[in-house]
Structure formats: C-alpha cells, structure tokens
Design a protein around this ligand. Structure first.
Ligand SMILES: Cc1ncc(COP(=O)(O)O)c(C=O)c1O
Length: 312
C-alpha cells in the first residue's frame, strides 16, 4: 500500500514522515485511541472529489473521543475543513479512504484515561475495494463474541477494541470464509468485523438495533434511508436470531470500507438463491449513485473538495 504524502497532525498539515510517535505512546501501548473511516468518491463527469457525510463521521468520531474522556477544541465543521485542506494538498483525483485518529500521546507507564494528553491526526490515501467478493461473499458465525457495552463499548470506534474484530476476521479467513458475523453475549446477531449487517425476510429488511453492541454505522443510516425512500421497503431495527439469518432471502453488509457487500452463503448454506439478490443489486446501484453525488436528493451528503470543478 502506498503511504500518504501528508498528514494533518496536531493542528497543521505536515509531510507524512513527520507525523510520528514514540514506542511508549499511551495509545500504542494500551489501545487508548479512537478512529474513523471516511470515503471520498471521484466524480469524473464533474471532475470533483466528494467526501461522503464528513460531518456525520466527525460527529461520531468526536463522540468516541468523549467516551475516552478526550477534550478537543475542534467541531465536526473544523475537522471537515482540515480534511478538505488535506485532500487539496494531496490533490487526489481518485476514490480515497480517510482515516482520522485520536490517541493519548503521553509517553509513560500507567493504565488510565485521566491526566493524559490527546493528539489528533488525519491521513488520506487512494483506495478501492475493502472486501474483494462484494457481490457474493461467504461468511461464518464467529466463535468470538462481540465486546459488550459494559466491557468496551462497540458504539465507540475505540482502537483497542478492534482486537476483538481482528480475532474474528482472521479466524474466519483462515477457515476459508470471507468475513465473520459476530454474536452478542446473549447469542443475537451483532455485526461483521467492520460492517453492519442487514437481512431481508418476507419483504421486510431487518438490522440489529443500536443497543445490540454495534457501531452506529453511517452507511447503515444511509442504507436505511435509501431502502425506505428509493426502494419503498420497510426497515425494522430489532434483535435478530441466528436462525433468521439462515432463513434470510437476502443479506448484505454495510460499511465505509465494505460499502454494500452482498452475503450469498453462510456456513455453506445459500442465502436465498445463493446469488446477488434483486434488492441488494438495486441498493448497490442507488448507493453508488448517491455517494458520487449523482442523486439530487442526497447531494447534501457529498461535500466537494476541489474549487475548480466543472459545474453542470
Ligand atoms: C465494527 C464496525 N461496524 C460497522 C462499521 C460500519 O460503519 P460505517 O458505515 O460508519 O463505516 C464499521 C466501520 O467503520 C466497523 O468498524
């Protein structure tokens, strides 16, 4: 993977090589950091790079920092402005992935969340697919349970808690699957290692509710809106049993990385026909038009980066 040229680091844009930390850094030793994942999509007709829902991503990011008792003077608008400046400096004219990161930067020994100094960085790099088989992936139920809200809140995108996702993902892939579905301590469906999950049964789309130890996904929100407004479907947020997954007619993951990834097999069982289903296919089309700024109704979600783009 090619590294970024620049980073927004401690309030200014610096060459990427200058955005460095020491090995004793608190966030590195104890996982006391939070991060985000944002995409920017290149629209070649308009010669414009659109950042998708940056304010919503930065709002969630700042909420995660609050969970870890970090205090920053930045608002989501300040961070969006910093990101636009970074993307202009990088001069990207292609799809990108953006990684905001906040972490305790103190170099000391001691597990805690108080009397520490937070630091903030944003980097961006050209990026394509996160999940290779996004039109038909084969998933399994992980034997690793999702972290509970009273352990490490999944609602916060906390760096240290991603070891939970990493266990699930690696074990699934080493067993020949593309991704893992994680369950709650009570056995209900949670999410993938870095994706929210949706199933469709008898014409109703369902997704676990936000009190089921999931990340409150921005793509999840986007997809619920598109399914209701553009596809006219009923979407229900509720706890989902494992056996409902085996009986689903369609299933897909959502996430900034995964975008809309169809799940066509679970534990060697076909989901519906075992092929990309009609609802998932239509949703993917509407989603990609939306994120590239081609859906008039949702243009407010797409924040332009370049000043000199074509205006149609
Ligand atoms: C655990 C987890 N769930 C869900 C998601 C999807 O969230 P979003 O759509 O905001 O990217 C992600 C990725 O960011 C994630 O890491």
């Amino acid at each position: 993977m090619a590294l970024p040229n620049y980073a927004f680091f401690n309030g200014r844009i610096v060459p990427y090589g200058e955005a460095k930390v020491g090995v004793l850094t608190h966030g590195l030793n104890y996982g006391t950091g939070v991060f985000g994942g944002i995409r920017a999509y290149w629209n070649s007709d308009l010669q414009q790079l659109f950042i998708f829902r940056p304010h919503d991503h930065f709002r969630r990011f700042l909420e995660s920092t609050k969970l870890l008792r970090m205090e920053f003077a930045y608002s989501e608008t300040d961070l969006t402005k910093a990101l636009i400046e970074l993307l202009r400096t990088e001069n990207f004219k292609t799809d990108c992935y953006i990684r905001p990161l906040a972490f305790y930067s103190d170099e000391l020994i001691g597990v805690r969340l108080h009397d520490l100094t937070p630091a903030l960085a944003i980097v961006a790099l050209p990026f394509g697919k996160y999940v290779e088989k996004d039109e038909g992936s084969h998933v399994t139920f992980s034997s690793w349970r999702r972290v509970d809200d009273n352990m490490v809140p999944a609602r916060g995108k906390i760096t240290g808690s991603y070891i939970n996702s990493a266990f699930a993902k690696t074990d699934a892939q080493r067993a020949g699957f593309d991704e893992a579905i994680m369950l709650n301590l009570d056995g209900h469906i949670c999410e993938g290692s870095a994706e929210n999950i949706f199933i469709m049964r008898n014409g109703v789309v369902m997704t676990p509710s936000i009190t089921d130890n999931i990340l409150e996904g921005i793509t999840r929100q986007t997809v619920m809106t598109l399914l209701r407004d553009k596809l006219g479907l009923t979407v229900v947020e509720r706890s989902i049993d494992r056996s409902e997954v085996y009986l689903a007619q369609e299933m897909f993951f959502t996430g900034t990385g995964a975008q809309i990834t169809a799940v066509t097999r679970v534990d060697y069982r076909a989901v519906g026909s075992g092929q990309l289903g009609p609802i998932t296919k239509k949703l993917r089309e509407v989603f990609f038009d939306t994120v590239r700024g081609r859906e008039e109704k949702y243009k407010h979600w797409c924040v332009p980066v370049h000043e000199n783009a074509l205006r149609l």
